[in-house]
Design a protein around this ligand. Structure first.
Ligand SMILES: Cc1ncc(COP(=O)(O)O)c(C=O)c1O
Length: 440
């Protein structure tokens, strides 16, 4: 939890939040944090340092002054991410520490990497839920084109995970080779019960004497939750095989993500993209022998400035992370207290459980008319007056909308407000009042 004076101090680190819109003389109220978070100054400074002091390539391409700095800083980011998710270093073939973190452009690329390289076979099944982001749907739909199957578990009426349904599917369908679910949902902020989910998978593996992989889409959880993916002896351990993250939702530069993989699995995966950096050796006369990971999966020159900025973001985030969830819940409580009576009166439809504590910092509601409707027009107008920034649309959760929406409202617009730790109580109260006046 944070106090309002603490938030006021923290906001000084975020130049974007300290601007005034010249059109209306007001500051921003940014509530689209599920899409992209603001970036603290330290991130821009780290990128500036890269661009102005040592803008060279890393990856041991050059053994000279600038390249050494880049290499060290890139590896420092890799180790900071590993620390954040409590993953220890493995060892390279030369006995050097190697953190099982692959830099990607985003969480989407991490999930695609797994789908393309895991060696899933025709006839095998990937089990997902109906609340997956398209990034955790389309790669498996591509697998369907190669003879695979995608099985979609519906969530319960309140949008929470259907554990009995999940266990029944695992017991019944012996073709399930991979379970790939989100940790927290960008639709409604609900966090899936990963420990029981993973336990059910591991129990099934034992009962059926076969392997089942677990891939987690962590895009929405890493910015909010403390994680333990590597220490079975410590609380909260999550025995996942792969975990994809999105740096631009974690205060870091845009267009950057990462994939964690168990070292023994990364050892077995072929490269995803090939070319420079991925090679141990090749020539005109023989096919390539690929390098160890992470190099095997990081083809070509990398976004070094971004990765170095990500290191600063992860350090900044690590310091605050243990207090973030309680504060987001507090903000969502304020918003929900104002908007829940409208939901109960059937004037809007809040998605997910009624209890705000189960929805993190997210409140998504269906407004009872389409974008062209009069009240949506007023909402847009008022939002511009207050610089209120939120999201409308399907948030790339098209499975859920294509199977559920019309049962809730025949004509609707989904509106999502997603708070983060730098939002103030006053901002949330303003957003709540604007929406309440329009839809009451
Ligand atoms: C749950 C979830 N998964 C995946 C993604 C895609 O993330 P990225 O932009 O890092 O590819 C998002 C983005 O909003 C998301 O919310």
């Amino acid at each position: 939890m944070f106090t309002q004076p603490e938030i006021k101090e923290l906001r000084k680190d975020f130049p974007a939040l300290n601007q005034i819109n010249p059109k209306n003389g007001k500051p921003p109220i940014y509530l689209d944090n599920s899409c992209m978070t603001m970036k603290p100054l330290v991130v821009a400074e780290a990128e500036w340092d890269y661009n102005t002091k040592y803008p060279a390539c890393g990856g041991h391409r050059g053994s000279y002054w600038f390249a050494e700095i880049v290499h060290e800083k890139v590896e420092a980011t890799r180790s900071a991410i590993a620390n954040l998710i409590k993953v220890p270093a493995a060892k390279s073939s030369e006995g050097k520490p190697l953190f099982p973190i692959i830099f990607t452009r985003n969480a989407t690329e991490g999930l695609n990497l797994v789908a393309a390289t895991l060696g899933l076979m025709p006839g095998e099944t990937v089990l997902i839920t109906d609340k997956e982001h398209n990034s955790n749907l389309c790669p498996w739909q591509e697998f369907e084109k190669r003879g695979g199957k995608v099985s979609i578990l519906s969530t319960k009426a309140d949008n929470t995970f259907d554990m009995p349904g999940f266990k029944a599917l695992l017991a019944k369908d012996k073709t399930i080779k991979l379970v790939s679910v989100n940790h927290s949902s960008n639709l409604d902020g609900v966090t899936n019960p990963l420990q029981p989910i993973i336990k059910a998978v591991r129990d099934t593996e034992k009962k059926q004497a076969r392997n089942i992989f677990v891939t987690i889409d962590g895009a929405q959880s890493l910015p909010h939750l403390t994680l333990n993916l590597g220490d079975p002896e410590s609380p909260g351990y999550l025995d996942v095989d792969f975990y994809a993250g999105s740096i631009h939702k974690m205060l870091g530069p845009s267009g950057l993500g990462f994939l964690y993989g168990k070292p023994e699995l990364l050892d077995c995966l072929p490269p995803y993209m090939v070319g420079g950096s991925t090679i141990y050796e090749t020539s005109a006369y023989h096919r390539p022998v690929y390098a160890e990971w992470p190099a095997r999966f990081e083809a070509g020159l990398q976004n070094y400035g971004g990765i170095i900025g990500a290191g600063a973001a992860v350090k900044y985030l690590s310091r605050l992370l243990p207090r973030i969830k309680a504060y987001e819940n507090h903000l969502n409580g304020i918003l929900s207290d104002v908007l829940m009576p409208l939901h109960e009166a059937g004037k809007i439809r809040i998605l997910g459980p009624a209890d705000a504590l189960q929805r993190g910092g997210v409140l998504t509601f269906l407004a009872p008319e389409r974008q062209e409707g009069e009240r949506m027009r007023v909402l847009r107008e008022k939002s511009w007056q207050h610089n209120l920034m939120y999201r409308t649309g399907h948030f790339c959760v098209d499975v859920w909308f294509s199977t559920r929406q019309d049962k809730l409202f025949p004509s609707y617009t989904p509106v999502r407000l997603s708070a983060y730790f730098y939002n103030t109580e006053a901002e949330i109260e303003t957003a709540a009042k604007v929406i309440q006046r329009i839809f009451a």
